[in-house]
Design a protein around this ligand. Structure first.
Ligand SMILES: [Zn+2]
Length: 517
C-alpha cells in the first residue's frame, strides 16, 4: 500500500484527481491562515520546541529524574503533548476569549493546573494519566518559549522583532511554515487530545474570567485548523516564503534568544522542574530571567557559582559561562564554588538524597588524564560576583570588585572545608571517604552530566539556611582540567547564532525527600 501521509489515498489514479482538490483546499487554508493571524509563536513552532526539548535536551534524564527517560513514549503521549504545545493560544483568534487565552499563558493558571494534577493524578501514572501530564508539559513549553520569542530584555533582542526588522518576517507564520517544510514530528498527523474537564476546572479556580465549554471547543478547532493550514501553506508556497525571508529561514532555529533551539533548551529545564515537582522532588537550576516578572514567570534564580584560580588569585569569575576545575600543580589550580538556595524546603524535613549535576563541556581545553573531583562543604560565606571576561568562552574572570569572591578570599588559610561543629549536627561529613568524588577522564572529553552525591551537605543547608555556604569542587587526584557550564552559560557564539541551548546544561541540584507511605 502506498502511504500518503495525512490524505490516506492509496491509488495513483485517485491521487491525480485528488491533486486539484488539494490545491484548492490548500489555497483556501492558506488564505484563512494569513487572514487569521495567531498572536503568538505559531502552533507548529511550539510543538517543535517541545519535541526537541525531549530528544535533544534530555541527556541522562532517566538517571537524574527516574521515569522521565521513558515518559515520552507512544503516539498518545506525543499527541497530548503537542496539543498542549498549541493550547494557550486557543482563544485569541476572532476575539473568541482573548483575556482567558492570555491568562492561560501565565504562572497563576499554571500553578492552579498543577494543583489539580497533583490532586487527581498522583504518580505513578498509567497511560491516560501520563497524557494529562504530557498535555500540561506541552502547555508549559508554549508559555515559557513565548517569552524570549516575543519580549526583548536587558539588551537581548527577541526573535520575533528581530526577524521583522531583518527581512519583514511575521515570524509566527514563517517559523511554522519553515518547520512544516524542514522537519517532521514523531507523529505524522497529530490526533489532538484536549483534557476539557481539567482546563475548565482550572479556569473555574478563579472568578474573573469566564470560559464556556463551547468557547473552548471552538478554540480547539481553530488550533487544529491552524496546524493543518501551515502544513498546506508549506506545501503550496513554502519556497516562496524562504526566498522572501532569508534571514528568518537561516536563523529561526539557531538564534540564541527565542529561536527553536533556545526554546527547546528552555522548555527542557521547565519540564524537568515540574516533572520533579509532580513527583514530590525538588529541582534547582538557574533559569533565564526574561522581561516578565512574578507571578507570570517565576524562574529559580537561587544558584550562585564562581570559579577561582590560584593563577589569578585576585580575579572574580562569577559571571563567566564556565566553571573549570583541576590544574597542573599548585601554581595553576582551579576550583569552583557553588551554592543553591534550598530554603523552600522547611527545616526539619527529612531528605533521602541530594545530587549535584554539572554538565561537562565537550570542548574542555587543557585536558589531561583522569582526574578525581571532590565536593566539600564551604566553611565561609562568599559572594559570587559578576566578573566576566567573555560571555561565550570566558573562564578566568577579571579583577574582582569589592566583596566578590576570589581565590585569595575563599582559600585563605588552606582549604576552607567545614569541620567540627556543623549546623545542628548535620552536613558535616568531610572525611575523605565520605565526600562525593567524580572520576572524570579528562583526556577524552565528551559532553555529559557528572554527578556528586551531596546528601549529607544538603541536610545541613536545609537545617540551617543561614549557614549554607554551598560547596567547593576541587581536584583531589590526577592532572588536567575539566570544564563545566556555569549558571551564566547562555550564548554559544558571539554572533548569537549558536543556538542558545547551553542554558539546559547549567548546574542542577535534585533533592528527593523521604517519602511518606
Ligand atoms: Zn501563545
Amino acid at each position: 500500500m502506498i502511504r500518503q501521509s495525512s490524505f490516506g489515498v492509496a491509488s495513483i489514479a485517485h491521487m491525480k484527481s485528488q491533486r486539484r482538490l488539494r490545491l484548492a483546499a490548500a489555497i483556501v487554508a492558506f488564505a484563512c491562515y494569513l487572514s487569521a493571524p495567531i498572536p503568538a509563536a505559531g502552533v507548529r513552532t511550539h510543538s517543535e520546541m517541545g519535541y526537541r526539548a525531549v530528544v535533544k535536551n534530555f541527556d541522562q534524564a532517566e538517571e537524574m529524574l527516574p521515569g522521565l527517560g521513558s515518559f515520552f513514549q507512544g503516539d498518545g503521549i506525543w499527541s497530548a503533548f503537542f496539543s498542549g504545545c498549541s493550547f494557550p493560544d486557543w482563544g485569541y483568534d476572532g476575539g473568541l476569549n482573548p483575556d482567558a487565552s492570555e491568562y492561560s499563558h501565565w504562572g497563576p493558571f499554571r500553578e492552579r493546573y498543577v494543583k489539580l494534577l497533583k490532586e487527581r493524578f498522583p504518580p505513578p501514572w498509567d497511560e491516560k494519566e501520563r497524557m494529562h501530564v504530557a498535555f500540561f508539559f506541552g502547555s508549559l513549553v508554549h508559555c515559557v518559549t513565548d517569552i524570549p520569542w516575543h519580549f526583548n530584555h536587558d539588551g537581548h533582542r527577541a526573535f520575533e522583532g528581530l526577524a521583522k526588522e531583518k527581512d519583514g518576517s511575521d515570524a509566527d507564520v514563517t517559523g511554522d511554515i519553515f518547520l512544516q517544510m524542514d522537519h517532521k514530528l514523531p507523529v505524522d498527523v497529530i490526533r489532538f487530545w484536549w483534557p476539557r474537564g481539567m482546563v475548565l476546572d482550572t479556569f473555574a479556580l478563579q472568578d474573573k474570567l469566564k470560559v464556556t465549554p463551547e468557547q473552548l471547543e471552538k478554540g480547539f478547532k481553530k488550533l487544529q485548523a491552524a496546524h493543518a493550514a501551515s502544513r498546506a501553506a508549506a506545501k503550496m508556497t513554502g519556497w516562496h516564503f524562504k526566498s522572501r525571508h532569508p534571514w528568518c529561514a537561516e536563523h529561526y532555529e539557531d538564534y540564541y534568544y527565542g529561536g527553536v533551539e533556545h526554546g527547546a533548551a528552555l522548555a527542557a529545564m521547565w519540564i524537568k522542574r515540574y516533572y520533579a515537582e509532580l513527583n514530590g522532588w525538588h529541582y534547582y537550576q538557574q533559569m533565564p530571567v526574561y522581561g516578565i516578572g512574578a507571578p507570570d514567570y517565576v524562574p529559580y534564580t537561587g544558584c550562585a557559582d564562581a570559579a577561582i584560580s590560584s593563577a589569578d588569585p585576585d580575579s572574580n569569575a562569577g559571571g563567566e559561562p564556565f566553571l573549570s576545575v583541576g590544574g597542573r600543580g599548585a601554581a595553576a589550580e582551579r576550583r569552583a564554588l557553588i551554592r543553591f538556595d534550598v530554603s523552600d524546603i522547611p527545616a526539619g524535613a527529612k531528605i533521602r538524597s541530594a545530587k549535584l549535576w554539572l554538565y561537562q563541556d565537550a570542548a574542555t581545553p587543557d585536558a589531561g588524564g583522569e582526574i578525581a573531583v571532590a565536593a566539600f562543604g564551604m566553611d565561609r560565606p562568599w559572594q559570587a560576583g559578576k566578573g566576566r571576561s567573555d560571555e561565550v568562552t570566558g573562564t578566568d574572570g577579571v579583577p574582582a570588585a569589592e566583596g566578590d569572591v576570589t581565590w585569595r578570599t575563599a582559600m585563605e588559610g588552606g582549604v576552607p572545608v567545614k569541620s567540627g561543629d556543623c549546623c545542628a549536627g548535620v552536613g558535616c561529613s568531610q572525611d575523605a571517604g565520605q565526600v562525593a568524588v567524580a572520576k572524570i577522564p579528562a583526556e577524552t572529553p565528551s559532553a555529559r552530566w557528572r554527578c556528586w552525591d551531596v546528601t549529607e551537605m544538603a541536610r545541613g543547608w536545609i537545617e540551617c539556611p543561614d549557614a549554607n555556604n554551598g560547596l567547593v569542587l576541587m581536584a583531589v587526584a590526577g592532572e588536567g582540567v575539566v570544564r563545566f557550564y556555569s549558571s551564566d552559560a547562555f550564548k554559544e557564539q558571539a554572533d548569537g547564532f549558536g543556538g542558545g541551548a547551553r542554558i539546559a546544561g547549567r548546574p542542577t541540584l535534585i533533592i528527593v525527600p523521604e517519602m511518606r507511605d
